[in-house]
Design a protein around this ligand. Sequence first.
Ligand SMILES: O=C(O)c1cc(=O)[nH]c(=O)n1[C@@H]1O[C@H](COP(=O)(O)O)[C@@H](O)[C@H]1O
Length: 230
Amino acid sequence: MDKLVIVALDFADDFECINFLNQFPKNQSLFLKIGLEMFCQYGYPFVKRLRERGYNIFLDLKLHDIPNTVKRTCQMIAKWDVQLLTIHASGGAEMIAAAKEGLSGSNTKLLAVTQLTSLGQVELSNELQVSLPSQDYVTRLAKLAFNNGADGVISSALEVPMIKEATSEEFLCVTPGIRPKSAQVGDQKRVATPSQARKLGSDAIVVGRPITQAKDEYNAYVNIEKEWSK
Ligand SMILES: O=C(O)c1cc(=O)[nH]c(=O)n1[C@@H]1O[C@H](COP(=O)(O)O)[C@@H](O)[C@H]1O
């Protein structure tokens, strides 16, 4: 995977979203993440519309259900020609393998979410009663995903070196929770700047609000992309 900035299209509606995209030059190649907000409003026709405009699509549905349901859902998504799809690694070995099986025959890469970047050590220990240190928990889920056929994981950039060591250099590490120095952290807990993510070995970064809520959105994208790729 080329080193990518993936833009999270977390907008109130499709009008805002298309206005955002229209700021970019026509020939600009973009990798866009469609998450639950947009997908619940506009569904597959929206995915199709953006694919037809030539964008690469990361469909972030974070599937988490029994293996049979996840497999059948993935069989449907396999027909949509999206580049990336998420499931939750905590769904377990059988669910991860079922998702991969559902996608067979398609070019859609399967990414398993480890520990959400909005959860820190305190939430992990106190709320979820997970006894492992966060980095060990993330690495354990990454290994589970790797051993059951996922193409990569979602984690914070901070865990990438450990994940690559425990799995393989080729195992994709896609990292949200990206905050340039001047940006507000908001609900994210495990964050890194674009240049930290690059140094730590992320394969792609996912950026939402630091771009989509900037005064000059296009300029914010260009600056993040510069910091990430230099
Ligand atoms: O799967 C994801 O993309 C995801 C996983 C995760 O652990 N943390 C996380 O923030 N995300 C997504 O990445 C995006 C981050 O957005 P910002 O915090 O606005 O940059 C959101 O669309 C989240 O849904």
